[in-house]
Design a protein around this ligand. Structure first.
Ligand code: ADP
Ligand code: MG
Length: 637
């Protein structure tokens, strides 16, 4: 039996769990004494069927109760809601929708689908929240603890929308979702495969209605999904239907039709087939008796018969394996570990075929129904700052974007949120004023556009830059986040070689809620933010154009005769006045007038440059200052 610490007298222990929110079944696990264990309910059940039953008064039951009620309330019994998470009607095939006993509709005002039951619409997130709520309720009842924080798993192929819908479901269930992680990554964690230095893992997940296969690459303790594929309509259900065919093979056509016409008959037959299938995972033959209405069935099926019947489906999974290996540019012998996930991998034929294909036995020591939840629990305890045996921190993506402040108060992003780590990015910058011997590097985090709206992670100065004209220094800035989530920022001026840098932990003191707030904030302010950033950049550019224009009047009277000087002065005055305006277009227009007035001079200078470069001088030296900034050479403060 599993050893769950008892709550201390008078205070509820906090449960930090991993939840496998499955298409067919859901469950949760927690780390106890450094080991992940699945939380069993009082009846000793680990699994909550991912099924919601809604009666005509809109009372919902979840899990086993919903499965039982499904016999009498098929139209109000929702299974496999995970297939619809974060999806639009156009993402879902008609075949999928056609097979369902309830209606899938589009929600008013959004692309998202909803499920219509007894005249009311339910969002997939709401239904998933009910399932999560049931999992939570069971865990709380079984342990007497309080469940607030959890890691929830999703298939590797889930896109941002589907991940967000899963997060929302967690929130609706009153769970603080520490992180959404990939199911195959969780499975590899459960087997402790992250403890190696490197390696390539293939995760084979054959569940009730879906099949996924992913290849993970481990580098410096972090898993990255390098290829994934699957079939959202292949799994244990197909095995059940193959079994139904075997069971009913001896029946007359009338009896078959009678069984099929009987809703309860169909459900009972499916359940009997599943029982027979599971029996054949442990024994060589099984007998089934079933009575529905006037139809009686009494038959024996052997494992050999059953394996022949499911072989085409098993073959399909190996086609997918070949495909994913090909995607990753690997051969079967390049795979170090094969991990089995999902109840259907208990099928002996599946295990035998995997061993044959990879020439090594797959990992099957852990319960294939439980490994995803166990791995999620390990990740949850890591994120909550506990130790999962070895203390490795596994932050596999950066939760927020990172960048530096540029002249004018904008932020130049070097790393975007959700970048898998470890990750490195380099960008070139330059100075804004002549003879600037130091630059301030202000490291920022978040999704907004302006430095003032971002989280400041730290600042440092790069000193000792030899005096040069503005725009001449080449400051390379490198961001590197290592496997532990530590950010190292390094700045180097290339012509002189001076360097400086800092190290910060971007996630330090940051809760998941804050991360979400920051992201939501940026969405809310997206438009004004972009406008503010553009305005700031325009002002910087205007400053640069002003300096350049004033300089040529003074430095090159040979090229600027008095009438032209008057014209340029007027345009300078126009731009200075325009800079008072909050309207970017007003500044842009004035800048254009000034640029046009200096255009003949610029053309002349350009010609000179072309000649002078031949004599070893650069354009910058001739022009004195840069009229324009290249996007990759944003000016530093
Ligand atoms: P999901 O990931 O879709 O939620 P699971 O991983 O829980 O699904 O797998 C459920 C499937 O596993 C069902 O089709 C079930 O019949 C099948 N299954 C469970 N135990 C066995 C077994 N011993 N032998 C074969 N299939 C099994
Ligand atoms: Mg699963």
């Amino acid at each position: 039996m599993v050893n769950i610490p008892l709550p201390m007298k008078g205070q509820a222990r906090e449960l930090i769990v991993g939840i496998d929110l499955g298409t067919t079944n859901s469950l949760c696990a927690e780390v106890v004494n450094g080991k992940p264990v699945v939380i069993l309910d009082r009846e000793g059940r680990a699994i909550t069927p991912s099924v919601v039953g809604i009666d005509d008064e809109h009372h919902a039951v979840v899990g086993d109760a919903a499965v039982e009620r499904g016999l009498t309330n098929p139209a109000g019994t929702i299974r496999s809601v995970k297939r619809f998470m974060g999806r639009g009607l156009k993402d879902i095939s008609d075949v999928e929708v056609g097979r369902l006993p309830y209606k899938i509709v589009r929600t008013a005002g959004s692309e998202q689908v909803a499920v219509r039951v007894h005249g009311r619409e339910y969002l997939p997130q709401e239904l998933s929240a009910l399932i999560l709520g049931e999992v939570k309720k069971r865990a709380v009842k079984a342990t007497g603890g309080k469940l607030k924080r959890a890691v929830i798993t999703v298939p590797a192929y889930f896109d941002d929308g589907q991940r967000q819908a899963t997060r929302d479901a967690g929130r609706m269930a009153g769970i603080d979702v520490l992180r959404i992680i990939n199911e195959p990554t969780a499975a590899a964690l459960a087997y402790g495969l992250h403890r190696g230095k490197s390696g390539t893992v293939l995760v084979y997940d054959l569940g009730g209605g879906t099949f996924d296969v992913s290849i993970l690459k481990l580098t410096e303790g972090v898993f990255k999904v390098i290829a994934t594929t699957g079939n959202t309509a292949l799994g244990g259900d197909d095995f059940d239907y193959a079994m139904i065919d075997l069971l009913t093979a001896g029946l007359s056509d009338e009896d078959k039709a009678a069984l099929d016409a009987h809703v309860q008959g169909r459900v009972a037959l499916k359940m009997a087939a599943e029982r027979a299938k599971i029996a054949l995972s442990g024994q060589d033959s099984t007998s089934i008796q079933l009575h529905v209405g006037d139809v009686s069935l009494d038959t024996t099926v052997t494992r050999a018969q059953y394996e022949a019947a499911i072989d085409p489906f098993v073959e399909l999974t190996f086609d997918a394996i070949d495909f994913v290996l090909d995607e990753a540019g690997l051969d079967p012998e390049d795979i170090g570990d094969v991990v089995c996930v999902g109840g259907s991998t208990r099928t002996p034929l599946v295990r035998a075929r995997l061993e044959e294909h990879f020439d090594k036995p797959p990992h099957t020591d852990l319960d294939p129904d439980q490994v995803v939840a166990m791995g999620a629990a390990i990740q949850a305890s890591m994120l909550a700052g506990e130790h999962a045996g070895d203390g490795t921190v596994l932050l596999d993506v950066t939760p927020l974007s990172l960048g530096i402040e540029t002249y004018g108060g904008g932020c130049s992003k070097l790393l975007w949120r959700n970048s898998p780590i470890p990750v490195r990015a380099t960008e070139g910058y330059t100075t804004q004023v002549d003879d600037q011997t130091s630059v301030d590097i202000h490291v920022l985090q978040g999704e907004r556009e302006m430095a003032k709206d971002l989280r400041s992670l730290g600042r440092f100065k790069l000193r000792g830059i030899p005096p040069m004209k503005a725009g001449m220094p080449r400051v390379l800035i490198e961001f590197f986040i290592d496997a532990n989530g530590i950010l190292k920022v390094q700045a180097k001026e290339m012509t002189s070689g001076v360097e400086a840098g800092i190290e910060v932990t971007p996630t330090y003191g940051l809760t998941d809620d804050q991360v979400e707030d920051m992201i939501f904030d940026s969405i809310e302010h997206a438009e004004e933010d972009v406008e503010a950033h553009l305005l700031a950049d325009t002002k910087v550019e205007a400053g640069s154009v002003l300096r350049y224009s004033r300089k040529i009047i003074v430095d090159r009277p040979d090229l600027v005769p008095p009438p032209l000087a008057v014209q340029i002065e007027a345009a300078i005055g126009g731009l200075v006045a325009a800079l008072e305006s909050p309207d970017r277009e007003v500044i842009d227009a004035a800048m254009q007038v000034l640029n046009e007035s200096t255009a003949p001079v610029a053309a002349h200078l350009m010609n000179e440059v072309l000649q002078v470069t031949v004599h070893g001088k650069t354009m910058g030296e001739v022009l004195g200052t840069k009229p324009r900034t290249k996007a990759s050479e944003i000016q530093l403060t």
